[in-house]
Design a protein around this ligand. Structure first.
Ligand SMILES: *[C@@H]1O[C@H](CO)[C@@H](O)[C@H](O)[C@H]1NC(C)=O
Ligand SMILES: *[C@@H]1O[C@H](CO)[C@@H](O)[C@H](O)[C@H]1NC(C)=O
Ligand SMILES: *[C@@H]1O[C@H](CO)[C@@H](O)[C@H](O)[C@H]1NC(C)=O
Ligand SMILES: *[C@@H]1O[C@H](CO)[C@@H](O)[C@H](O)[C@H]1NC(C)=O
Ligand SMILES: *[C@@H]1O[C@H](CO)[C@@H](O)[C@H](O)[C@H]1NC(C)=O
Ligand SMILES: *[C@@H]1O[C@H](CO)[C@@H](O)[C@H](O)[C@H]1NC(C)=O
Ligand SMILES: *[C@@H]1O[C@H](CO)[C@@H](O)[C@H](O)[C@H]1NC(C)=O
Ligand SMILES: *[C@@H]1O[C@H](CO)[C@@H](O)[C@H](O)[C@H]1NC(C)=O
Ligand SMILES: *[C@@H]1O[C@H](CO)[C@@H](O)[C@H](O)[C@H]1NC(C)=O
Ligand SMILES: *[C@@H]1O[C@H](CO)[C@@H](O)[C@H](O)[C@H]1NC(C)=O
Ligand SMILES: *[C@@H]1O[C@H](CO)[C@@H](O)[C@H](O)[C@H]1NC(C)=O
Length: 757
C-alpha cells in the first residue's frame, strides 16, 4: 500500500530553544484568580457577582452563601473546591450546566438566584482524576488551546484536580535522546505520528507509517503544553507529568553495546519494524541517568508544578521475564530513578495490564512488581475499568498502594448509547468503605470522549457525595439543566427516565462498554452482530421501547415548548437518538439481507433489492449527522490540518490529515486494528462506510450471479485497499464535501422518525 513519504535520508529536527519556563503572570495571593478567570470566560455577564475566598481547613471543602441580592460567595479550602463550589451553585441553584460539547452556564438568570441557607460540600476523596493515556490520541490529538481551555474549564468545574498531562512529551524526549548521543534520524525512526503518540508512549508501537514526525509538530505541542500546564495549575490541578519509561530507539543498543536492553512484545499484529519496542532495563545505570535528565529538563520547562509522574512499562506489553525477582527489580529501580530525580516523586501507573493480561499477571507477579516500591505513599494505581472489571479486590486493594476508582466505559471513542449508572454510583461508595481500602480517588479513564455524558457526570458528582446518588432524581434534574428552558415539558423528563431505565441500566456483564454499530465495521456475511466485549455489537436493550419513545417524547416536548429548538444540547440529543435509531435499524436490514443471501433459491436481483435499505439508512444517517456540528468528520480533519496553518504548508497539512483519517479507519498501515476507533460522523458515514457497504453488497450480488463462492480474503482485501486509498484523500475535494453543517435537523429528523421509528 502506498503511504505518504516524508522521511528524509538525514533527518534533522529543528527545535525551538527550551528552558522557556512558563510564566506565573497574574497569580493572585490567594491563588483563586484561575477560578475568577473561569467565571469571566464562561459567565462574563456575572464576572463580578461571585466572591471567592480561601479558608483554612482540610480536604476539598466549600461553602456557598449569599452576600447580597445577586451576589454569591464561595469559600473553599482549595482552588479545586472553589471551582467545584461554583459548579454546585450553578447546577443546583442556577439550573445550568456544562458538557463536553458546549456550555449553557451563561444562561443563568439575572439577578443570580439566591442560596438561602448556606450550603456546604466536600469531596469524599483527595484525588479526582481525568484521562486515559490514549484519550490524548483518540480525543485531544489535534486540540488547539481553545479546545483545551474549554475542556479544562469543564474539568475544573466538575472538581477534577489530577489530570494526566502528556502533551509535548516528545519535545523533552528528543532532548534527552540527543544528549545520550542518538541522532535525529535514530530518534525519528522511533517516534510515531501525531494521531498515534499514545501507543508509542506506551511502548506498544514505534516508528511511523505516513511519514516521520515533523519538528514543527514537536515544537508546537511543546508550546501548547506550556499553556495547558499553566492553566491546569491556575485551576488548582496537579498535572500528572510524563517521565522516562525505558522505551528507546533501536539505535541505542548499537551506541551502548553493554547496556541491558530487551525487546518488547509484538502489539496487535503490527509488523515487527513498527512494534517490539526496545526497553532499557531500569537497573541499567543509563536508565537512571536518562530519567534524571528528563525530569530536570521537564521541570525547567514547566516549573515545579508536580511530583506525580505517569509511567507504564507493560501496558499490553508483556515483561521480558515473569521471574519475580526480575519484576521486583524493574519496579524498584524504576521507582528509585524517579526518586533520584525528584525526592518527592510519586509513580502513577495504569492498572489495565492486570486485567488485560491477567494470564501473565497472577497475584505473585503483581505483588512482586508492586513490592519494588517500598514507600507506601510512593505509588498511585489507576484501577482503570472499575465499573466492570475491577482489579482492586483480587489484589487486596493493590496490596495497600494508593489507587483510584476509574470509569473506562468507552473504547476508541465509539458512540453507542450505553451505561450502568448503578455501577458508577453505588460501586465506588462500596469500594471506598470496604475493609482495608486504600482507594483515594475517583476518576475517568475513557479512551475517547464521545457522548453518553450522563454516565460520566454522575460519577464525578458521586465524588462529592458520601451516599450513593439517587439515580431517578439525578436524571430528572440533569435533563432540566441540560436544556435550560422555563417550563420544561414533562415529556423531556420522561424521555430521560426511559433512557435511565434502559440504555443506562445495562446489566449485561459481557458488554459493559459503548455499543458499536455494525455499520462501522468492515462488512462480512458473518461475525458482525451479537458480539460482546469492549466493542459490543449486541444491542442489550429493546430499541422500540427505549430509543424510539425517548426520541418521540423529546420531539413532543419541543412541540409543546418550541424554545427547546434553540437549545444546542437538545439538538445534539435528538440527533444522537436519531443516529442510534438508524444504527439499530441497520442491524435488522442487514440480518434480512444475510438471510436472503443464505437462501439457496435467492437470485442476484433479490440481493440487490435487499441491499437497498442498508444503503438508504447509511445515506439518511449521513444527512442527519450533517445537521449538527458535533457529528462532523470535517471537524476532526480541520483540527488536524490547522496545525499546518502558520506557516501554511500543504505537505504538512496532508500528512496531518492522513493521520486523522487513518486513526478512525484502518488504524495502522494496513488495517492492523481496523475500525477500532470508528465514528458515526457525517462524511465518514457517507464517503467511507457507505461505499464499503456498496462494494460488499455489489460483490454479494455478483457472486450470486456468477455462482461462485464467497471469498472473505478477496472482499476484505478490496475493502482494505479502498481504505488505503480513502486515507490519502484530501477533504473538500470530493463531491459534497463541505466543512460546515448542512440541512435542518428538524426536517431531516422528521423524515427519519416517519420512516424508521
Ligand atoms: C488560617 O491559618 C493560618 C496559618 O495557620 C493562620 O495564620 C490564619 O489566621 C488562619 N485563618 C483563619 C481565618 O482561621
Ligand atoms: C563493554 O563491556 C566489555 C566487557 O566488559 C568491555 O570490554 C567494553 O569496553 C565495554 N564497552 C563499552 C562501550 O563500555
Ligand atoms: C516495515 O516493514 C514492512 C514489511 O514488513 C515494509 O513494507 C515497511 O516499509 C516497513 N516500514 C518501515 C517504516 O520501515
Ligand atoms: C537488579 O538486577 C541487576 C542485574 O541483574 C543487579 O545488578 C541488581 O543488583 C538488581 N537490583 C536489585 C535491587 O535487585
Ligand atoms: C435497573 O436494572 C435493575 C436490574 O438489573 C433493576 O433492579 C432496576 O430497577 C433498574 N433501574 C431502573 C431505573 O429501571
Ligand atoms: C458492577 O460492579 C461490580 C463490582 O464493582 C461487579 O461485580 C458487577 O459485575 C458489575 N456489574 C456489571 C453489570 O458489570
Ligand atoms: C420495532 O418497531 C419496528 C417499526 O415499527 C417494527 O418493524 C419491529 O418489528 C419492532 N421490533 C420489535 C422487536 O418489536
Ligand atoms: C426460497 O424458498 C423458500 C422456501 O423453500 C421460500 O419461503 C422463499 O420465499 C424463497 N425465497 C426466494 C427469495 O425466492
Ligand atoms: C512542510 O512540511 C513538511 C513536513 O513537515 C516539511 O518537510 C517541509 O520542510 C515543510 N515545508 C516548509 C516550506 O516549511
Ligand atoms: C463475476 O463474473 C464476471 C464475468 O466473468 C467477472 O468479471 C467478475 O469479476 C465476477 N465477479 C465476482 C465477484 O466473482
Ligand atoms: C480468494 O481470493 C484471494 C485474493 O483475491 C485469492 O488469492 C484466492 O485464490 C481466492 N480463493 C479462492 C478459493 O478462490
Amino acid at each position: 500500500m502506498k503511504v505518504l513519504s516524508l522521511v528524509l535520508s538525514a533527518f534533522v529536527y529543528t527545535v525551538v530553544s527550551d528552558g522557556l519556563s512558563i510564566s506565573r503572570r497574574g497569580a493572585s495571593a490567594d491563588g483563586l484568580d484561575g477560578v475568577r478567570n473561569l467565571v469571566k470566560r464562561k459567565i462574563p455577564s456575572h464576572a463580578d457577582s461571585f466572591i471567592f475566598e480561601k479558608t483554612n481547613g482540610t480536604g476539598d471543602a466549600f461553602t456557598i452563601s449569599d452576600i447580597k441580592k445577586g451576589a454569591i460567595k464561595v469559600q473553599c479550602t482549595t482552588i479545586s473546591a472553589c471551582s467545584r463550589g461554583l459548579y454546585t451553585y450553578l447546577t443546583q441553584y442556577g439550573g445550568v450546566d456544562i458538557s463536553w460539547t458546549g456550555s449553557n452556564l451563561h444562561l443563568i438568570s439575572s439577578p443570580l438566584p439566591q442560596v438561602g441557607k448556606s450550603l456546604k460540600g466536600e469531596s469524599i476523596v483527595p484525588y479526582r482524576y481525568h484521562f486515559n493515556t490514549v484519550t490524548f490520541s483518540y480525543t485531544t490529538a489535534f486540540y488547539h488551546f481553545d479546545q483545551w481551555s474549554d475542556l479544562l474549564d469543564w474539568m475544573a468545574l466538575k472538581g477534577t484536580n489530577l489530570p494526566l498531562s502528556w502533551v509535548g512529551y516528545e519535545y523533552i524526549l528528543l532532548q534527552v535522546f540527543r544528549e545520550v548521543g542518538l541522532t535525529d534520524s535514530d530518534i525519528s525512526d522511533f517516534l510515531s505520528g501525531p494521531a498515534f503518540q499514545a501507543w508509542n508512549r506506551f511502548g506498544n508501537i514505534q516508528g511511523n507509517w505516513g511519514g516521520a514526525l515533523p519538528a514543527q509538530w514537536i515544537n508546537d505541542q511543546f508550546t501548547l503544553q506550556k499553556q495547558i500546564i499553566q492553566r491546569m495549575v491556575e485551576l488548582g490541578m496537579t498535572p500528572v507529568l510524563p517521565s522516562f519509561t525505558g522505551f528507546v530507539p533501536r539505535a541505542l543498543a548499537k551506541l551502548y553495546p553493554n547496556a541491558s536492553i530487551v525487546t518488547g512484545s509484538q502489539w496487535s499484529g503490527f509488523p515487527t519494524n513498527l512494534t517490539q519496542d526496545q526497553f532499557l532495563d531500569p537497573f541499567d545505570p543509563l536508565f537512571s541517568q536518562i530519567q534524571t535528565s528528563f525530569i530536570k529538563k521537564q521541570k525547567q520547562a514547566y516549573g515545579d508544578v508536580s511530583h506525580i509522574y505517569t509511567l507504564d512499562q507493560y501496558n499490553e506489553n508483556e515483561p521480558f521475564s515473569g521471574d519475580l525477582d526480575y519484576l521486583r527489580n524493574v519496579s524498584s529501580n524504576t521507582f528509585n530513578s524517579l526518586r533520584a530525580a525528584d525526592p518527592k516523586a510519586i509513580w502513577m501507573a495504569q492498572g489495565w495490564l492486570f486485567f488485560s493480561d491477567s494470564a501473565f499477571w497472577n497475584l505473585d507477579r503483581i505483588s512482586a512488581y508492586l513490592s519494588g516500591v517500598t514507600d507506601p505513599d510512593g505509588m498511585i494505581i489507576l484501577d482503570l475499568y472499575s465499573e466492570a472489571q475491577p482489579q482492586w479486590q483480587r489484589t487486596q486493594s493493590y496490596f495497600g498502594k494508593t489507587w483510584i476508582w476509574c470509569e473506562l466505559h468507552d473504547y476508541g471513542g465509539n458512540q453507542g448509547f450505553e451505561g450502568n449508572l448503578i455501577n458508577v454510583t453505588a460501586a465506588p461508595i462500596a469500594a471506598l468503605s470496604s475493609t482495608g481500602s486504600s482507594m483515594k480517588g475517583i476518576g475517568l479513564t475513557m479512551e475517547g470522549q464521545e457522548g453518553n455524558d450522563i454516565d460520566y457526570d454522575i460519577l464525578l458528582d458521586q465524588a462529592w457525595s458520601s451516599t450513593s446518588i439517587d439515580i431517578p432524581s439525578y436524571i430528572a434534574s440533569w435533563a432540566a439543566r441540560r436544556y435550560v428552558v422555563k417550563n420544561l415539558p414533562s415529556e423531556a423528563k420522561q424521555a430521560w427516565a426511559i433512557l435511565g431505565a434502559t440504555v443506562y441500566n445495562n446489566s449485561d456483564t459481557n458488554s459493559q462498554a459503548t455499543v458499536k454499530s455494525i455499520l462501522e465495521l468492515a462488512p462480512a456475511i458473518s461475525g458482525l452482530t451479537g458480539q460482546g466485549g469492549h466493542h459490543p455489537t449486541k444491542i442489550f436493550y429493546d430499541t422500540n421501547s427505549s430509543i424510539v419513545p425517548a426520541l418521540n417524547l423529546l420531539l413532543q416536548a419541543s412541540n409543546k415548548n418550541p424554545l427547546l429548538l434553540n437549545s444546542p444540547e437538545f439538538a445534539h440529543d435528538v440527533v444522537d437518538l436519531g443516529r442510534q435509531l438508524l444504527a439499530n435499524r441497520f442491524v435488522d436490514v442487514y440480518n434480512t439481507l444475510i438471510t436472503i443471501y443464505n437462501s439457496p433459491n435467492s437470485t442476484s436481483p433479490d440481493i440487490t433489492s435487499a441491499s437497498k435499505p442498508l444503503l438508504t439508512i447509511l445515506s439518511d444517517l449521513d444527512d442527519l449527522l450533517y445537521t449538527n456540528k458535533d457529528f462532523l468528520l470535517s471537524t476532526w480533519i480541520k483540527q488536524a490540518r490547522d496545525w499546518a496553518q502558520s506557516p501554511k504548508n500543504a505537505t504538512y497539512a496532508a500528512y496531518l490529515e492522513y493521520n486523522a483519517r487513518n486513526q478512525v479507519t484502518l488504524w495502522g498501515p494496513t488495517g492492523q486494528i481496523n475500525d477500532y476507533a470508528s465514528k458515526q460522523w457525517a462524511g465518514l458515514v457517507g464517503t467511507y462506510y457507505l461505499p464499503r457497504w456498496q462494494l460488499f453488497t455489489t460483490y454479494l450480488a455478483d457472486i450470486k450471479k456468477n455462482g461462485t463462492a464467497y471469498n472473505a480474503t478477496d472482499i476484505s482485501g478490496q475493502m482494505l485497499s479502498f481504505g488505503g486509498e480513502w486515507d490519502l484523500r484530501v477533504w473538500g475535494q470530493g463531491k459534497g464535501e463541505g466543512w460546515d453543517t448542512k440541512g435542518s435537523t428538524w426536517k431531516v429528523l422528521g423524515d427519519v422518525v416517519k420512516k424508521y421509528a
